[in-house]
Design a protein around this ligand. Structure first.
Ligand code: AMP
Length: 110
């Protein structure tokens, strides 16, 4: 989608450094990290949110991307989050996993 920031990043238009990349996803650092590690795993194809994600292959590839990126940076303990919809905190409407770690994380919240 031409006006989608994550499409531009995934297409390499913004010269973003990728922590991990394969045919389906890119993983890069969040602009406003909430922990020492805060990565975003983003599909190369535009899907607005989890509610719109129908492609089972892509579902699997997103999880595989999360695992591969975490392993690559040496994260063994981490939290994954998908915000779905504005009320849940989604601000970029191109589905993405947050991968957060590198410090103790409280649950719930924190
Ligand atoms: P969400 O609120 O779940 O949609 O998450 C969107 C995330 O994208 C936020 O944590 C932002 O800090 C992050 N973000 C927005 N624009 C960029 C960007 N250009 N590069 C990296 N991260 C970004």
């Amino acid at each position: 989608m031409s006006d989608c920031i994550f499409c531009k990043i995934a297409n390499g238009e913004l010269n973003t450094e990728f922590v991990y990349e394969n045919d389906y996803v890119v993983v890069f650092k969040d602009l406003n990290p909430t922990a020492p590690y805060h990565l975003l795993c983003v599909p190369k194809t535009h899907v607005e949110s989890l509610a719109e994600l129908e492609d089972e292959k892509l579902m699997a590839e997103l999880l595989k991307g999360v695992k591969a990126a975490a392993k690559k940076v040496g994260l063994t303990d981490y939290r994954t989050v998908i915000n779905t919809g504005k009320e849940a905190g989604q601000s970029v409407f191109h589905i993405h996993f947050h991968i957060i770690g590198g410090r103790p994380l409280n649950w719930p919240a924190g």
